[in-house]
Design a protein around this ligand. Structure first.
Ligand code: 7PM
Length: 275
């Protein structure tokens, strides 16, 4: 049960940690606006991540960045639709990073395997949309909303609150008929959390792992790594590798990263030596 993640066309074995490669689809300001103009660089990047050893591709339209304007469904789909359409032809699990139910529905119609939702399927219609599919789902914890979540995050008990929230969301998903083997949980590093909250969650990840659901974590290039190293985003690879390994050692089974090749190497070495 805890040994696999059922995700659309795939049954992903969790005997070794899996690497989910991040594909951000951004609008191409240099193009004349052809429908696939931004899809091509994103697809080339996605292909490179597969060659580097990504086990899963996570494709998103950068709609949840603090300070960046929310995308409508139409804007989000214009970015990611053409990329998803091509990526689902490859023999690799495709995840879509979205909280918009209409985007989920269209992505699932294309055959996407995983819904990765930073809002944990709380938007109206999201639960039902996923329930009608056979996709895997990643439920992530966030305190507040992306625009303001880092203003003053507060918890009486960060591990308790995050784990109670995630287990309640998992129960809601299961109540609509989704088998628990399709669900992964994510504490949402950096989403309404101070450095101390992130460190407490990382240290106590084994308590979340107790739930039996696979744990997915995203620490790649995040401000937590910046705060601990004093490095700008472009120089956070070594810190990000250490953070990914610390999470894996604490029970995370899937790591969501920008730098796939170095992460695959780091995990291979860690896995051979520590397990
Ligand atoms: C600004 C803020 C830029 C946040 C980028 C981000 C996660 C995710 C993201 C995560 C899951 C980033 C994040 N982070 N999905 N989507 N878990 N499941 O660093 O931690 O990529 S966006």
């Amino acid at each position: 049960m805890a040994g696999h993640w059922h995700a659309g066309r795939f049954i992903l074995p969790l005997q070794r940690p899996l690497v989910m490669g991040i594909v951000n689809v951004t609008p191409d300001s240099f193009s004349d606006g052809g429908r696939h103009a931004h899809a091509l660089p994103a697809l080339r990047h996605a292909q490179a991540l597969v060659e580097e050893g990504a086990d899963i591709l996570d494709i998103g339209g950068e709609s949840s960045r603090p300070g960046s304007p929310r995308l409508t469904h139409a804007q989000e789909w214009a970015r990611i639709g053409p990329v998803l359409e091509e990526a689902v032809r490859w023999n690799v699990p495709v995840s879509v990073d979205t909280y918009q139910p209409e985007t989920m529905r269209r992505a699932l119609d294309l055959g996407v395997d995983i819904i990765n939702d930073i809002h944990a399927l709380q938007r109206p219609g999201a639960l039902e949309t996923v329930a009608k599919s056979d996709a895997g789902v990643c439920l992530m914890h966030m305190q507040g909303e992306p625009e303001s979540m880092q203003h003053a995050p507060h918890y009486a008990d960060v591990v308790g609150e995050v784990s109670r929230f995630l287990l309640a969301r998992a129960a809601s998903v299961e109540s609509l008929g989704v088998d628990r083997s399709r669900i992964a949980l994510d504490p949402g590093f950096g989403f309404g959390k101070t450095l101390q909250h992130n460190l407490t969650l990382a240290k106590r990840l084994p308590e979340l792992a107790q739930s039996g659901y696979p744990l997915l974590v995203g620490v790649s290039r995040k401000s937590m790594v910046g705060a601990l190293t004093g490095r700008e985003v472009a120089a956070r690879l070594p810190g990000s590798l250490a953070a990914a390994l610390a999470c894996v050692a604490a029970g995370a089974q899937i790591v969501r990263v920008h730098d796939v090749a170095p992460t695959v190497d780091a995990i291979k070495v860690w896995h051979a030596m520590a397990r």
